[in-house]
Design a protein around this ligand. Sequence first.
Ligand SMILES: [Ca+2]
Ligand SMILES: [Ca+2]
Length: 101
Amino acid sequence: MRFHFTVNKDAPLVLTEEQLKKIFKQADVNNDNCLSWDEVRKVFDNLGSCIPGVRAHLGIWHADANGDGKVDLNTELDDLVNYARGLGFTITNKIAKQVTA
Ligand SMILES: [Ca+2]
Ligand SMILES: [Ca+2]
């Protein structure tokens, strides 16, 4: 089967909104339907950020509409995803199986 890409095939594949949503939803390890700083930090760490702790702070700051210091997966996730998308993370081997599963 052949796939056609409009982008240069050597260019890294930037994570889509849907893929980022999936990654963040899987990051809720204690299943409280919120992402804590630590849970967000792990995501940015897996995405290959050099400064995952700072990214987690900024991401939560962008998304935390009700100010409880966490990102609610039902109401606040979109803003966190938008923030992460703006950083242009690409699919690495480490996360490929996570987004294709
Ligand atoms: Ca959680
Ligand atoms: Ca919140």
